[in-house]
Design a protein around this ligand. Structure first.
Ligand SMILES: *[C@@H]1O[C@H](CO)[C@@H](O)[C@H](O)[C@H]1NC(C)=O
Ligand SMILES: *[C@@H]1O[C@H](CO)[C@@H](O)[C@H](O)[C@H]1NC(C)=O
Ligand SMILES: *[C@@H]1O[C@H](CO)[C@@H](O)[C@H](O)[C@H]1NC(C)=O
Ligand SMILES: *[C@@H]1O[C@H](CO)[C@@H](O)[C@H](O)[C@H]1NC(C)=O
Ligand SMILES: *[C@@H]1O[C@H](CO)[C@@H](O)[C@H](O)[C@H]1NC(C)=O
Ligand SMILES: *[C@@H]1O[C@H](CO)[C@@H](O)[C@H](O)[C@H]1NC(C)=O
Ligand SMILES: *[C@@H]1O[C@H](CO)[C@@H](O)[C@H](O)[C@H]1NC(C)=O
Ligand SMILES: *[C@@H]1O[C@H](CO)[C@@H](O)[C@H](O)[C@H]1NC(C)=O
Ligand SMILES: *[C@@H]1O[C@H](CO)[C@@H](O)[C@H](O)[C@H]1NC(C)=O
Ligand SMILES: *[C@@H]1O[C@H](CO)[C@@H](O)[C@H](O)[C@H]1NC(C)=O
Ligand SMILES: *[C@@H]1O[C@H](CO)[C@@H](O)[C@H](O)[C@H]1NC(C)=O
Ligand SMILES: *[C@@H]1O[C@H](CO)[C@@H](O)[C@H](O)[C@H]1NC(C)=O
Length: 850
């Protein structure tokens, strides 16, 4: 056996190399063409599903094929979007619906803790269980495709509005959170839709509209692979059925028709076998997006919804009949085969329920197609209770995410008879009523989630106020954000101050924040800092509870002597109250860890991760900080954070001992061994179908503005061109000759050898304190200089969490390090490169604290 890597067991010292630029460049980014779209069906895991799909698609008419690619229009059915149907084959209108934390705009559903809260648990099993619960609820409501998990944004921008929907500011944390969610969801037969692909790091100006283009995220190839693509690769490897393209451009090419991203990166390099769908109203063109690899358009409308226009639908029928879009593309778009195969892959041909709820209304009987002015009405809500026992998982996640930042004088846990004064609207209910703000678009009462499409209604909510009152009936509550002027607290009483910071999706503006956090900087909302300061003047013991979407600057009060303890409870969902009191009163020791870094000052971040706003022209968002976001930046720039990524205290103590490193697959080549060739994919006749297949059926009762695949006079359309003698202005680089399969591909998520486990590390964890509690082990790698490029000083690659350990108990945690975990993306070779025998690689273990 060659040299073993150098194993160091210690807490992470946050002092490393001085600042160096990764690769300075001033050439304008641009996205190279990548055509044609690779067909799916060549991976053995999907072979059965593709075989079934091929038999069906081979018998489909053009109208049926087009139906499955195109939504029926905004508000033209019960779900956020639905495709047309192909009922001859038992395929209904496929329902695509939000959200990553629960069934949006529905009833009797669980409002799970948000992604960032699941991330803070560092608990793979809870992440999986959350996915199972989400999948069961999707299935129970008849949602075929649940629009989650979110692994992009990645908190590149601390003020970005939707970081909280994902799992944290690190590619491996996102990757593990996303993959566990996908596996859990899809175990129920629901199709997961990982999103947003890719570079959607701020909300403002994300969308191309009639007013102008969305911003362009200009990302260099190495940064794309080593940061932003990383969790998508793991999501594809976990078998995600769908991928949603982001609103923004990447390198000045809209994600929904960026051939390099869809055809090149997703379908060829990552070997994605499912289907690619737009974000809502993000389609920019019909022929262009079809050729670039898009498979499904949602909700089907063109740039302006509700006009009955589509880039696809009848226009896709026309583009097939006139020969501009090759039949081969539509067949694979099966674009149609991909969609039908995914449906079979999850077993949705077996008794999958139809939608029994409507996201458009809570009434029982309403128009079936509210987007049409005249619509038949019917029962749209059956009020099916899909909650099951998911509140147990929701509660466990909310509790095990709670992150203890400070606990002077062992102020926590509180005794149940403690004299308590509780301050802040964030402890109480929404004063206008539960779910009174559409898509949670307000910050009123305890913050359970951010706002936008990534939300669900709360079936019920136990507030912290209620939970505390149940345990300490004498507690005094001041559910206001202004400190009472006439308060004389009892001596030796404790103040508990609740503060929060909110953000969300761009289509709702809350307290002047257009999704991203613009008004309170990275400080608490509602003058929360002043409330803490005032409490610290009146009390000698103050506990601060924070519900937040992301990093918050604590410097206005964190060092005040009376501020004894600080807990971040993240975004807990419906179980906000008792999950918190479990920890406050010591029934459970805190075991959450920060899924992002908390700095001393916002100026500590690189300038390039600030929000961008300009009135005219396309915003160029250059990712010049490259690999150095969050803790990678703080290490690189040698800036000490207030609390680093991964930080979190416990009521008890743990010791880590007996590390055993076991080599498994030797790293005896710097690049992975050659990939296997691609297997075969379904073949269909490429002849242009009979125009009669898309003629309006005589029997159809048309719904006004509904999107259909049919044309008025299809036989008047003649194939006027083919790709080699084109009358159509094909994009530069367009070709029908397939690319040679990329060397970095070969399996789901890339070359399967990348995922060979090079080492396992086992480590014994002992509870050395006097409380029961759970410990988290975080495994970071450092790569040697011999790798030849600048690399972040430390990168999280795996983590594990013990069960509840009583004092003196020991548990062994086993962590894995793969070849990919030790590799960099070689932009010249276009493959992952590591060092022979992992020589010089460092493995660092962090646990309690950071
Ligand atoms: C974007 O442009 C950069 C710089 O030219 C390049 O390295 C990268 O590969 C491009 N990415 C895509 C998806 O086009
Ligand atoms: C049509 O369906 C039949 C019955 O499933 C199948 O045997 C046949 O192969 C299909 N035809 C094509 C062209 O796929
Ligand atoms: C296309 O889907 C619509 C429903 O969205 C349905 O009315 C129509 O019959 C479908 N067409 C075919 C050919 O199956
Ligand atoms: C074929 O139809 C599509 C959809 O309407 C259109 O965009 C394209 O320009 C047409 N091609 C030709 C050569 O007319
Ligand atoms: C709605 O879901 C319930 C329970 O999953 C199921 O019994 C019912 O058939 C579904 N409704 C429809 C219209 O499929
Ligand atoms: C979950 O809900 C059930 C009632 O549906 C209740 O009995 C149980 O106590 C709840 N569990 C938790 C952990 O909140
Ligand atoms: C709470 O009760 C414990 C014993 O049950 C007692 O020691 C302590 O003094 C009490 N604290 C207060 C604030 O009453
Ligand atoms: C403050 O002290 C008074 C008198 O001892 C007691 O009745 C009251 O419950 C205390 N308030 C709190 C919030 O502990
Ligand atoms: C953050 O840094 C800026 C610029 O140095 C300074 O003006 C500001 O006071 C700092 N804020 C805090 C909370 O330290
Ligand atoms: C690397 O190790 C594997 C497993 O032992 C072996 O099959 C392979 O031949 C080795 N490759 C080289 C280049 O030594
Ligand atoms: C496309 O045009 C080329 C050149 O004229 C011709 O050889 C070829 O047969 C045409 N293909 C079709 C499908 O019409
Ligand atoms: C670690 O790797 C081993 C060997 O491939 C595998 O059996 C095990 O499931 C992996 N463990 C985890 C937690 O991924």
């Amino acid at each position: 056996m060659a040299l073993l890597p150098y194993l160091i067991l210690c807490l992470i010292p946050y002092t490393l190399a001085s600042q160096r630029r990764l690769h300075p460049r001033d050439d304008a980014a641009f996205s190279p063409p990548y055509y044609p779209a690779p067909n799916g069906g060549w991976l053995s895991d999907w072979a059965d599903a593709y075989e079934k799909a091929q038999r069906v698609v081979g018998n489909m008419t053009l109208a049926e094929k087009v139906n499955l690619t195109t939504g029926t229009g905004e508000f033209m059915g019960p779900c956020a979007g639905q495709t047309g149907s192909a009922l001859r084959f038992g395929i209904p209108n496929l329902c695509l619906h939000d959200s990553p934390l629960g069934i949006r705009n529905s009833d009797h559903n669980t409002a799970f803790p948000a992604g960032v809260t699941a991330g803070a648990t560092f608990d793979k099993d809870l992440m999986y269980q959350r996915g199972v619960g989400l999948g069961e609820e999707a299935r129970g409501k008849g949602v075929n495709v649940l629009l989650g998990p979110v692994v992009g944004p990645m908190f590149r921008k601390p003020r970005g509005g939707r970081g909280w929907e994902g799992f944290g500011a690190d590619p491996s944390l996102q990757a593990i959170g996303g993959a566990q969610t996908i596996k859990g969801m899809q175990s129920t037969g629901a199709i997961a839709c990982i999103k947003h692909f890719i570079g959607n790091e701020q909300e403002m100006h994300r969308e191309t509209t009639v007013l102008g283009p969305g911003y362009s995220s200009n990302i260099d190839d190495r940064t794309l692979h080593e940061l932003y693509l990383w969790p998508f690769a793991e999501g594809v490897r976990a078998g995600t059925g769908a991928v949603m393209m982001a609103y923004n451009d990447v390198n000045r090419s809209a994600c929904s028709q960026n051939s390099m991203l869809i055809n090149g990166v997703l379908k060829d390099e990552l070997g994605f076998q499912g289907f690619v769908v737009t974000d809502w109203l993000a389609q920019m063109g019909g022929v262009s997006s079809a050729l670039a690899g898009l498979d499904m358009a949602m909700p089907g409308d063109g740039l302006i919804p509700l006009l009955g226009d589509s880039y696809w639908g009848s226009q896709l029928s026309r583009a097939i009949l006139n020969g501009t879009v090759p039949m081969e593309r539509l067949n694979d778009m099966s674009q149609v085969t991909r969609i039908v195969a995914t449906w079979y892959q999850m077993g949705q041909d077996q008794d999958y329920p139809l939608p029994n709820f409507s996201s458009n209304t809570l009434d029982e009987i309403e128009p079936l197609y509210p987007g049409a002015l005249l619509s038949p009405t019917g029962v749209v809500n059956q009020y099916v209770n899909v909650e099951g026992d998911h509140n147990i998982t929701a509660h466990a996640i909310a509790r095990d995410a709670i992150t203890l930042l400070k606990n002077d004088d062992n102020t926590l846990p509180l005794s149940k008879n403690a004299s308590l004064y509780v301050f802040g609207t964030d402890a109480g209910p929404n004063s206008n009523g539960l779910n009174s703000c559409s898509d949670q678009g307000c910050d009123n009462g305890v913050l359970t989630m951010g706002w936008g499409s990534g939300t669900s209604r709360l079936p019920y909510l136990v507030t912290p106020q209620e939970a505390i009152a149940n345990i300490t009936p004498s507690a005094a509550f001041y559910i206001t954000d202004t400190f009472p002027s006439d308060l004389t607290p009892n001596a030796s009483s404790t103040a508990i101050v609740f503060i929060n910071a909110d953000s969300g999706e761009n289509y709702i503006t809350v307290e002047d924040n257009p999704g991203d956090r613009t008004t309170a900087d990275l400080f608490a909302w509602h003058s929360g800092d002043e409330l803490v300061q005032a409490a610290a003047q009146a009390f000698s013991s103050v506990v601060v509870i924070i519900h937040t979407v992301g990093p918050l600057i604590l410097e206005n009060w964190i060092d005040l002597d009376p501020v004894k303890a600080v807990l971040i409870a993240h975004l807990p969902g419906q179980e906000a109250g008792y999950s918190l009191t479990d920890v406050l009163y010591g029934d459970s020791s805190p075991s959450g860890h920060l899924p992002y870094t908390i700095p001393y000052n916002e100026t500590n971040y690189p300038a390039s991760v600030g929000l961008l706003d300009q009135p005219f022209g396309q915003i160029q968002d250059d990712f010049t900080e490259a690999l150095y976001i969050d803790y990678r930046h703080f290490l690189h720039a040698n800036v000490t954070p207030r609390y680093p990524f991964g930080y979190g205290l416990s009521y008890t103590g743990f010791s880590f001992s007996n590390p055993v490193l076991t080599p498994l697959t030797p790293i005896n080549t710097t690049f992975p061994p050659p990939r296997a060739p691609k297997g075969p994919t379904p073949v269909y006749p490429s002849t242009i179908p009979d125009p009669g297949e898309v003629a309006w059926p005589a029997s159809l009762t048309r719904i006004w503005r509904y999107l259909y695949p049919y044309l008025d006079d299809p036989s008047s359309i003649t194939p006027s061109s083919n790709a080699s003698t084109s009358e159509y202005p094909y994009p530069a680089g367009y070709t029908l000759t397939p690319h040679p399969p990329p060397r970095s591909g070969g399996g789901a998520g890339g070359n399967p050898s990348l995922y060979d486990v090079a080492f396992t590390l086992s480590i014994d964890i002992t509870n050395t304190g006097s409380f029961s509690g759970r410990a988290v082990v975080q495994l970071y790698v450092s790569l040697p200089e011999s790798i030849g490029v600048d690399v972040p000083g430390l990168q999280l690659r795996d983590f594990g969490k013990t069960g509840v350990l009583d004092p003196g108990d020991v548990e062994t945690v086993v962590l894995n390090v793969t070849r990919k975990d030790l590799s960099v993306w070689d932009v010249e070779v276009q493959d992952w490169r590591t060092v022979m025998a992992a020589e010089g690689v460092g493995l660092w273990v962090a646990g309690e604290g950071g």
